[in-house]
Design a protein around this ligand. Sequence first.
Ligand code: SF4
Length: 126
Amino acid sequence: MSDQYCCQSGETLVFTCAGAAYSGQVANHAGLSLMTGGKANLFCIAALAAEIPDKLDRARKASKRIAIDGCEDHCCSKIMQSLGVPLDQHVVVTDMGIEKQPEKMQMVVHAKRVVENIKENLLRST
Ligand code: SF4
């Protein structure tokens, strides 16, 4: 990971709702893309929901936490909020004009839009 996205006090983590809806899968694809691109570490939202102690600890100690939700139900960010895990950036796929269940699925294009949005916000906040 480059220094731009990780500082001495911790790491940048990305959580996704990984929902069954197309937009939930776009969220997860975007999180995976951020990880493979070295921008953040993809982290298990299910492990937080299960309140696994070491996972909660790591999430709380991170320098930045990004949540990508597939739709207005905001499942990912609600899990984090309910556990008192701070949230530094929140992106909602459907707020970007990407439908929850579109007729035409363009996973790579849509995930790329989400990733670019997050990268722009990361640069503004550094
Ligand atoms: S935020 Fe929307 S897409 Fe994601 S898990 Fe919840 S209902 Fe499904």
